[in-house]
Ligand binder design. Sequence first.
Ligand code: PMP
Length: 358
Amino acid sequence: MSGTAQGPRLRPSLAGIPGYKAGKPAGADAFKLSSNENPYEPLPGVLEAAVAAAGSFNRYPDAGVTELTEELAKRFGVPAEHVALGTGSVTVAQSLVLATAGPDDEVMFAWRSFEAYPIITQIAGATPVAVPLTAGEEHDLDAMLAAITPRTRLIFVCNPNNPTGVAIRRPELERFLDAVPSDVLVVVDEAYREFLRDEQVPDGIDLYRDRANVCVLRTFSKAYGLAGLRVGFAIAHEPVAEALRKVSLPFGVSQLAQDAAVASLRAEDALLVRVQALVEERERVSAGLVEQGWTVVDSQANFVWLRLGERTGDFAAAAAAAGVVVRPFAGEGVRVTIGETEANDIFLSVAQAFRAEL
Ligand code: PMP
């Protein structure tokens, strides 16, 4: 026994990993516009499916997530073997990194983008390569191509991007995909796909079909309103999908989540009406901001982005004081989820008052 008590040795690389900052919860008297959630309560059919599944949680879930996999395969016209599910798309993203990259390898993404990318990269022991967005808040695809090295294993392309909402159109994205070496996996993260209205933005599932190194990430957390149940998926060619299944721990997706997701797909018409209402609110909020004199980029997601620089913290505080909790990125800007009309109106009035002070 050693004389000096020492704690267990942890991997030194963990010290450099930032913690994931979840959107701040809102108190009872505030609206939460900080996590890009769907503000609507579950649809009755979806809730019933979840409640029914809750009656058997003494059992493990179907490890193969069979019914949901088959529904998704049918819906997207892909082989069931190409569908890989996980506990939220963030977990599937992590599995993609674990399947492709380790120490000495690089994982690339635009920055700022989804904040989990650098975290899951470092958990795998790989090196994050963050390529700054352009001044117009777009992916700098040329700079990303130039940053590819023999060590690059995976590239995340978040389309539309979180937290800016900007989407990449077909010619630019296709040119990029065609220039990436075929042994580098490109993950098109389409967490916000359902909120897209720009018809020039391609569907990642069309892009993946004849490109073995492209896969698509989707989630039930946003448009489908199942954030709390944790279910997301990748659509990938068989070697990648198979590797994903290998690195995923068994029984991740609960039966409750599986059944609710299947019910959501079946209730899609009603869900998409809600999505359309949110899109209309996004357009109303964006137009309101422009009218107030803000420069806003075209968001194709369920949030808007205000680049506030040093005023970011002040804005977030003013919003919280008025009853809406937004997501600040210190020194950069705030991301504000499109929520209930009342919440959006409060945000607009905060923005107006703030504008008047600038
Ligand atoms: N990708 C992007 C771009 C996101 O913004 C998020 C959620 N913030 C996720 C993936 C993960 O979502 P989930 O794990 O709930 O599917």
